[in-house]
Design a protein around this ligand. Structure first.
Ligand SMILES: Nc1ncnc2c1ncn2[C@@H]1O[C@H](COP(=O)(O)OP(=O)(O)OP(=O)(O)O)[C@@H](O)[C@H]1O
Ligand SMILES: [Mg+2]
Length: 496
C-alpha cells in the first residue's frame, strides 16, 4: 500500500456470527490493482502492483484526472458509482494504455468507494510492455485465469502448428515410402510376370522338343517300316503277275498232256489223286487272286505309312487332308478293331468336299494322331467300366467331319461318344504336361503340341467342346491358304 491502509469492515463470514477482518497484507494480496477514492473523487489508496505499473503517483490526485469510464457509459461520478455496485466497470487511463476492469464497492462507514479491479488485457503478450507478470495478479483472478487460458491456447496453437508441420512432413515421407513401395511392388509384379512367361516359354520349348523327338522317332520308325516292307512287297506284287501266267501255262500244259495221253500210268494217276488235281486247278486261281488282293493291301499300307510320315515334306505344300486323316486311321486301325478283350470303335467319316489345303502335312498328321489316339484312349477307358449290354446299346464311335467355311477356311471336327471332359479339366487341356493318364501312359504333351502346330504354325484355331458324360469334340480350323498368313506365322513361330 502506498498510504495508511484502508481495510474492509468486519464481515460476518460464519454461521456462528464470528467476525473476520481482512488484514492489510491479505487485502494487498487479494486486490493488487484496487483504487480507493472518496466522495470528492480524491484517490486515497492504490493497489501495490497498480501503483508500480503507473508512471505517475496516483494517491492524492483526483480520479477523473487519470481515468475515464468506458463501460457502462456513465460519467466519473461518486454517486453513480455508489448506486451501481453490481455493474462491471471498465476504466481507462487518460495518459497511457492501461485499462482496469472491476466493481465499485461503497463503504458507508468511511464514505469511500473501493474500485476492486484488475488490469484488463486480451493478449498475454500485452503484459510484458506494462511490466506485469502472472504472479502480480491475485490468486483466482478471473482475468489472470483468462490470460492463462489464452496462453495455453496460443501454446496449444503453436504446438498444433508444429505438430501439423511435422505431420505434413511425415505424410510426405509416408507418401514417398508408399510410392517407392508401389514401385517396388510393380517391379516385383513385372518380374514375376516375366518369370512366368519365361517359365511358360521354357515349358513350351521343352514340350516341343520332347514331342518333336517323339514324333520324329515315330515318323522315322514308320518311314523305316514302310521302306522295309516296300521292297519285299514289291517282289511279291511284281512277281505275282508272272506267277499267275506261269501257273496258267503249267495248267494248260497239264491239260494238253491229259488230252494227248488220256490213259496215264498208274503212278501218274495216283499222283493226280493225291494232289487232287481238279480242286488244285480251281483253287490255285483263287489263291493267286487273294495273294493279289493281299499284296495290294500291303501297298496301300505302305502308301499310308509314307503319307503319315511325310518325311520328305517338311515345307508347306498343298495336300489332300482326307488322305492324311485316312493314313492316320490306317496306323491306328489295330486299336480300333474289335477283339476278344477290346470293344470295336467305329469310325464315321463325314467328309465334305475339300479342295487341297496348304499346310505342313507331316505336322498336321501328328495333330490328327494326337486327337484320334486321345479319343481311342478315352473310349477304351470308358468301355472298361461299361457292361457288354451297355456297349451294345451305345456302341463306341469316332466321328470325323470336314467342311469348308467362310470360303477360305477348312474345319475338321473329331468327336467321340466317350466319357467327355469335366469343365475343371477343359481349361487345362492345352497346358504342356497336363495329363490325367497314369505315369508311363501319357506325357500330357499331345494337345499342347497340337495347339502349337494348329495355332502357331498354321495360324488356325484348336478348341474343344465337351460335356461330361456326353463325349468330346475337338475342332481344328485352318486357312486354306497359308501364304496370306505368312507374317502372322513368323510372329507366332518366333514366340516359341
Ligand atoms: N477325347 C477325349 N476325351 C476325354 N479326355 C480327353 C480327350 N482328349 C484329351 N483328353 C484329356 O486331355 C488330357 C491331355 O491330353 P494330351 O494329349 O495333351 O496328353 P495325354 O494324352 O495325357 O498324354 P500324351 O502326351 O501321351 O498325349 C488327357 O490326359 C485327357 O485327360
Ligand atoms: Mg494324348
Amino acid at each position: 500500500m502506498t498510504s495508511s491502509p484502508l481495510t474492509t469492515k468486519p464481515t460476518d463470514l460464519s454461521k456462528e456470527g464470528a467476525k473476520f477482518y481482512l488484514s492489510p497484507q491479505l487485502f494487498a494480496e487479494a486486490f493488487p490493482f484496487h483504487i480507493v477514492f472518496n466522495r470528492n473523487l480524491e484517490i486515497l489508496q492504490v493497489g501495490e502492483v497498480l501503483q508500480r505499473v503507473c508512471p505517475k503517483l496516483l494517491v492524492g490526485d483526483r480520479l477523473n484526472d487519470h481515468l475515464r469510464v468506458m463501460r457502462p457509459s456513465v460519467a466519473v461520478d461518486f454517486e453513480i458509482f455508489q448506486k451501481r455496485s453490481r455493474s462491471v466497470f471498465l476504466l481507462e487511463f487518460l495518459h497511457h494504455d492501461l485499462q482496469l476492469k472491476g466493481q465499485m464497492s461503497y463503504d458507508d462507514t468511511q464514505d469511500v468507494i473501493f474500485f476492486l479491479c484488475s488490469i484488463w488485457v486480451t493478449d498475454v503478450s500485452d503484459l510484458a510492455p506494462l511490466g506485469v507478470k502472472f504472479k502480480d495478479f491475485p490468486i483466482h483472478d478471473s482475468i489472470c485465469d483468462f490470460l492463462v487460458l489464452l496462453q495455453v491456447r496460443s501454446t496449444a496453437l503453436a504446438d498444433t502448428q508444429r505438430l501439423t508441420t511435422e505431420l505434413t512432413h511425415k505424410q510426405v515421407q509416408l507418401e514417398q515410402a508408399l510410392a517407392s513401395q508401389a514401385q517396388l511392388a510393380q517391379t516385383a509384379k513385372t518380374q514375376a510376370r516375366e518369370l512366368e512367361h519365361a517359365l511358360k516359354d521354357l515349358q513350351s520349348t521343352q514340350a516341343q522338343l520332347v514331342q518333336t523327338e517323339k514324333m520324329s522317332s515315330l515318323g522315322q520308325l514308320v518311314a523305316g517300316v514302310a521302306h522295309e516292307i516296300n521292297n519285299p512287297a514289291n517282289f511279291i506284287h511284281g512277281n505275282l503277275t508272272y506267277v499267275h501266267e506261269y501257273v496258267e501255262n503249267l495248267l494248260t500244259l497239264v491239260e494238253a498232256y491229259q488230252e494227248e495221253y488220256p490213259q496215264s500210268s498208274e503212278g501218274i494217276q495216283s499222283l493226280i489223286e493225291d494232289i487232287d488235281l481238279n480242286f488244285l486247278k480251281i483253287d490255285i486261281t483263287k489263291v493267286l487272286n487273294s495273294m493279289q488282293v493281299g499284296s495290294e493291301r500291303i501297298s496301300d499300307i505302305v502308301k499310308s505309312l509314307r503319307i503319315f510320315s511325310r518325311l520328305d515334306e517338311a515345307e508347306c505344300k498343298e495336300i489332300d487332308l482326307h488322305e492324311g486323316i485316312d493314313s492316320t486311321l490306317m496306323i491306328l486301325r489295330n486299336r480300333l478293331r474289335g477283339r476278344s478283350n477290346h470293344v470295336e470303335i467305329q469310325v464315321i467319316r463325314e467328309y465334305g468336299l475339300l479342295p487341297t489345303v496348304e499346310c505342313y502335312a507331316g505336322q498336321l498328321n501328328q495333330v490328327f494322331m494326337n486327337i484320334l489316339s486321345n479319343a481311342i484312349d478315352a473310349l477304351d477307358d470308358f468301355n472298361e467300366k461299361r457292361t457288354q449290354a451297355e456297349t451294345l446299346l451305345n456302341p463306341s464311335y469316332i466321328r470325323i467331319r470336314t467342311e469348308v467355311f467362310d470360303d477360305n477356311w477348312v474345319c475338321i471336327r473329331i468327336s467321340d461318344n466317350g466319357p467327355g471332359i469335366s469343365p475343371a479339366i477343359c481349361s487345362k487341356l492345352f497346358d504342356p504336361f497336363f495329363t490325367t493318364k497314369p505315369v508311363g501312359r501319357g506325357t500330357g504333351l499331345g494337345l499342347s503340341i497340337s495347339h502349337q502346330v494348329v495355332v502357331n504354325r498354321h495360324c488356325g484355331r484348336l478348341y474343344c467342346h465337351s460335356e461330361e458324360g456326353h463325349g468330346a469334340e475337338f475342332v481344328i480350323e485352318i486357312p486354306l491358304r497359308q501364304l496370306a498368313y505368312e507374317d502372322k506365322r513368323i510372329l507366332l513361330t518366333n514366340k516359341y
